[in-house]
Write a protein that binds this ligand. Structure first.
Ligand code: UDP
Length: 324
């Protein structure tokens, strides 16, 4: 497993996985249409193909050049709110275009497919922490599109023997020294809080303070992006085809994130309390026993402090993100 074809390698999670793989000696080809990603986020050691997964001709050309042993599929639209107003975009890009990619993997005899899935495939779980045995009932087209692609992988495994690992991320956060989080529309908590510390936003909004949690704000399982990257590398080498939930198993509330950001940045951060954001479950925490046991994954960063420290360092060094 030497040559890895990475879709979405110019995006936040993809770019850092690419960097980590290159650091470990893999050969990496990045395929990205740059609608959400950034050219400057593609590690200069990788081969870069600019293209859209909807275009099978361009994709086939890239596969022919790269001749990959494995595919990592990060490219997707990932905004829950947008998926509720434009489901077509989510089903076309995350499902239909994804079919082009699995077809190409089969055509070129790829041995392993690693897929970015999400805890949003579960909807509102009735048990916590979330393990893989819980029923999946997504409550938005984003989660549904990822679940549909999970099903596609199951069938391609059975019919075409394409082995896969689907990693269901909880809240990816933090940065490496070189690459970080720069979304064109920023909806995520940590970068939005840090923008206030940088003086780029007046305040951060807290979406809901009346949740049934100790401080009334939502609790999430934040996982360091470097730990997530290690899981992808481990996934390349397992004989299993399976689905894994991946988080640290710890929970941090919105208020705790803001307090940690104040501590790390040493700056005042104004927060304004707002009503709940539709579709937010009060508490999402991963049970990661399965991935620890079966893939030998062991997160290095168990709490929010080093995650925020790494994100802050990146934002201070890249105050305008990738600048495009
Ligand atoms: N959140 C918030 N203010 C923001 C962005 C997010 O209060 O500006 C809350 C959001 O409601 C959720 C948590 O922070 O409870 C994490 O949200 P994020 O969008 O980072 O990730 P999600 O859990 O939605 O994938």
């Amino acid at each position: 497993m030497k040559k890895i074809f990475v879709t979405g390698g110019a995006g936040y999670i993809g770019s850092i996985c690419v960097e980590e793989m290159l650091n470990k000696g893999y050969e990496v080809a990045v395929f990205d249409n740059l609608t959400e990603g950034h050219a400057a986020a593609v590690d200069s050691r990788a081969v870069f193909f600019q293209g859209d997964l909807a275009d099978r001709t361009v994709l086939r050309h890239a596969f022919g050049e790269a001749k990959p042993d494995a595919v990592m599929h990060f490219a997707a639209n990932a905004l829950v709110g947008e998926s509720m107003t434009n489901p077509s975009k989510y089903f076309r890009n995350n499902v239909a275009s994804g079919i082009n990619l699995v077809d190409m993997a089969v055509e070129f005899g790829v041995k392993k497919f690693v897929f970015s899935s999400t805890c949003a495939t579960f909807g509102i779980p009735d048990r916590m922490p979330l393990d893989e045995s819980l029923p999946q009932n997504p409550i938005n087209p984003y989660g549904e599109s990822k679940l549909m692609f999970e099903s596609i992988l199951r069938w391609y495994r059975q019919i075409h023997d394409l082995s896969f690992v689907a990693l269901r991320y909880f809240n990816a956060a933090g940065a490496s020294a070189n690459f970080g989080e720069d979304h064109r529309i920023e909806t995520h908590l940590i970068p939005n809080v840090l923008k206030v510390a940088l003086g780029q936003k007046d305040h951060v909004e807290i979406y809901g303070t009346d949740y049934p949690t100790p401080d009334g704000t939502c609790i999430r399982d934040y996982i360091h992006i470097l730990d997530l990257a290690q899981a992808h590398i481990l996934a390349l080498h397992t004989g299993h085809s399976d689905f894994y939930n991946i988080g640290t198993g710890g929970g941090t509330s919105v208020r705790e994130v803001i307090e940690t950001c104040k501590k790390v940045t040493g700056r005042e951060i104004k927060a304004v309390e707002k009503p709940r954001r539709p579709g937010d479950p009060p508490r999402l925490i991963a049970a990661s026993e399965k991935i620890r046991a079966e893939l030998g994954w062991e997160p290095k960063f168990q709490n929010i402090l080093p995650i925020v420290e790494s994100a802050w360092e990146w934002h201070v060094n890249h105050p305008r993100g990738y600048g495009d």
